[in-house]
Each structure stands twice: as C-alpha cells, then as structure tokens.
Design a protein around this ligand. Structure first.
Ligand code: GCO
Ligand code: MN
Ligand code: MN
Length: 393
C-alpha cells in the first residue's frame, strides 16, 4: 500500500452524477453508457472512497411511482451496507426538467415555486432516509437572460422565503440536517443570482435559521468569477460556515469545466489543501472531501476510474507537499508572525479610549519600516520548489 492510495479515513466522496457523467455536452450526445448507481458505489468503494452524494433523480428517476422508488432505495441501501459506503450529502435536481426553465425557487410562476418546494421536501425525505446530514442547494437555473422579467430584489426575497421554509421543514421533522448553499456566477443562465460564496455568506446572515445554513463552495465556480478560491474558503472557515466543499479543476475565464481535481492551477490547489488540512496552523476542515468533477469526454469507463483515482491521489500528494512545506524551517522563519509586546495588545480586541490615545502618540519610523524587504520572493520560490517535488522529501 502506497502513502497516496486513498482510504476511507481520507473521507473522499463523489457525486453519483460525477463519475456517472456520460460525456454529453452542448455539441454532442453521450459517449459512455449510463452507469447503474449500485455499480458506481461498488467501484468507488474498491478505489478507497468513503461515500457518494446524490440528487434525488440520480437515484430515483423523475416521475417514478412510490413502489418503484421504494424498490430502488431498498437495493441501494443494501449496496451501501455491503460496501460500507455512506451518503453524507444529498441535493435536489431543480434544473433538468423543462418546468424549471425559468428557475425553481425564484421562478415567476407560483406553480413552479410550489413544485420546487414539493420536490425539495420529498428529496430531503429521501436524503434523510439514506442518512445524509448535509443538504446542498445549488441554484441551477435561478437566474436570468432577459433581466427585465423580474426585479432582482424579488428573486432575492423568493430565495430567502424558500430557504426559510425548508429550514422549518427540516427542524419540524428533526432530521438534524444542515444546509450548504453553493454559488455560481453563470451557466446555465446568463447571470445567476447569489453568484459567489461571499454573496451566500451575507444571504445566510439574513435567514431565520441562519445557524443551520452554511456554504458549499466549488473551485470551478469561484475561478470562473476570477476569484481566489482559497480566500473564499478561508472566509467561510473563519466564520464556521464551511459545511461542505466541491473540489474540481478549472481554467480561468471558461465555461464550467469540472476537471479532475488538481489538473489545473496546482498552486491554487496546493493552497486550498494546505488550508483544509490546517498544515499552517489553525483548525482544518473536518467534512467530506467531495469531488464535483467528471472525466474527459474522450474516456471510456476505465478512464472514469482513472479520473476518480487521480482526484484522490492528487489531493493526498498535495497534502503531503503542504505538510513538508509548513515543516520546512526556512519557511517557518519567513512566515513567523512578528509580535511586539507593547503594540500587539493595542491592535487586538477592539477599541478603548486609552488605546486610541496611545496609538495617536506613537512614534513610528515610517522610512525604516517602509524600506524593509519582506522575503516573499524567497518564500514563494520555496513553495514552488516544494510543489515541484525538489525540496522537502
Ligand atoms: C454545476 C454544479 C452542480 C452542483 C450539484 C449539487 O455546476 O452543475 O456544480 O454539480 O454542485 O447540482 O448541488
Ligand atoms: Mn458543484
Ligand atoms: Mn459546478
């Protein structure tokens, strides 16, 4: 067994829709047969994954009868039991059926909004039955092309009404679930509402039960918006709102590529893993490491499993690189926090009139401070050398 081989304790999860993606795109149909969810679970378990996540319709086809659903769920639970795999997260497909062409919770037609709530309550019941404790909300088609169709403030209020209602539903049923909201700037709509993790964090602060709601940031989505993914994740962690995460790879300025984790922007991926694993200090992330990505359209089923293995291996390799980087004495010396027994207390724990008076009197040698070199060139080069594997074992 090699150090980078995935094991259950690593808590790696995949969506049924990710490895199950048949390679359909706007320019052509499927290139791989649809895989049975039970087969997916068995193969992922063999590869060392911890669990799978699902949309309601990844498991139970849209419009299935109650008896069809119970047969499917029974067989699926048996597969989970046989393999020891879990379902930590569930979600709703509120974007595929044509009824959702103008969105779900924000759609102008109240019948669409009612159907979206009905479908989500049923999907939450399904998630609870499978043991999911995290419920993800990705807006899907909550957005616009013809912006005059609704006041964007109305969309925002409708979204809040829906999430408040569904928090009530989960509480009423004692499901003990938490919600994780996933932002995306565009695609499939021209503009999506609540486009970044930062928008979501603010939105959560306006909810009736904001304590049970956090975020599910996705690498690709923040990179599409031109933002630093690690910074978005860090802000969510700093306020205890990182409830789940969607890992993948993405080139800046493109459509949502859903590439194998770490296959693009290795520096960004390194900084992310370093943060999640807490190798630089501070609390890490305890939840599942979920991959929301899919294999290239060039692949057959073997290629899909190579893709899944690649996601997990790269994560573990980056974790080892981050540990070595943060244990490197030259690195620790360069990033050691400067403290000053007199100044530090003045700069922390808020305002007092005495602190204000002291700060105003302080004599600071502005030129001496300004002319000091910070050594960040050396620091960044050390990071690159660790990343390229020529330093740190
Ligand atoms: C996308 C999204 C989805 C969601 C999924 C779970 O861009 O299509 O990332 O894959 O993550 O619907 O909510
Ligand atoms: Mn996602
Ligand atoms: Mn995505």
């Amino acid at each position: 067994m090699h150090a980078f081989d995935p094991v259950r304790e690593d808590k790696f999860t995949f969506g049924l829709w990710t490895v199950g993606n048949p390679g359909r795109d706007p320019f052509g149909p499927s290139v791989r047969p649809t895989m049975d969810p039970n087969h997916i679970v068995r193969r992922l378990a063999e590869l060392g994954a911890y669990g799978v996540n699902l949309h309601d319709n990844d498991l139970v086809p849209f419009g299935a009868s109650a008896s069809e659903q119970s047969a499917i769920v029974k067989a699926f639970k048996q597969t989970l039991a046989d393999t020891g795999m879990v379902v930590p997260m569930a979600t709703t497909n509120l974007f595929s059926h044509p009824i959702f062409k103008d969105g779900a919770f924000t759609a102008n037609d109240p019948k669409v909004r009612a159907f979206a709530l009905q479908k989500t309550m049923r999907a939450i019941d399904l998630g609870a039955e499978l043991g999911a404790k995290i419920y993800v909300f990705w807006g899907g088609r909550e957005g616009v092309e013809a912006d005059a169709c609704r006041d964007p403030r109305t969309a925002w209020h409708r979204m809040r009404d829906a999430i408040d209602f569904l928090c009530g539903y989960v509480r009423d049923n004692n499901y003990g679930m938490k919600f994780a909201l996933e932002a995306k700037p565009n695609e499939p709509r021209g503009d999506l509402y609540l486009p970044t993790t930062g928008h979501m964090l603010h939105f959560i602060s306006t909810l009736e039960h904001g304590d049970m709601v956090g975020v599910n940031p996705e690498v690709a989505h923040e990179v599409m918006a031109g933002l630093s993914f690690a910074h978005n994740v860090a802000q969510a962690m700093a306020c205890d709102k990182l409830f789940h995460i969607d890992l993948n790879g993405q080139k800046i300025g493109r459509y949502d590529q859903d590439l194998r984790f770490g296959s693009e922007d290795q520096k960004g991926a390194f900084l992310l893993v370093r943060l999640l694993e807490g190798t630089a200090g501070g609390p890490g992330y305890e939840g599942p490491r979920h991959f929301d990505a899919h294999a290239y359209r060039t692949e057959d089923e073997e290629g899909v499993w190579a893709f899944a293995t690649g996601c997990m291996r790269t994560y573990k390799i980056l974790k080892a690189r981050a540990q070595a980087f943060d244990a490197d004495p030259e690195v620790t010396a360069l990033i050691a926090e400067q403290t000053d027994r007199e100044l530090t207390p003045l700069l922390t724990r808020g305002y007092t009139i005495q602190k204000a008076a002291k700060l105003k009197e302080l004599e600071i040698d502005v030129d001496a401070v300004a002319s000091r070199g910070l050594g960040y060139e050396r620091l960044d080069q050390l990071m690159v050398e660790h990343l390229l594997g020529v330093r740190g074992g």
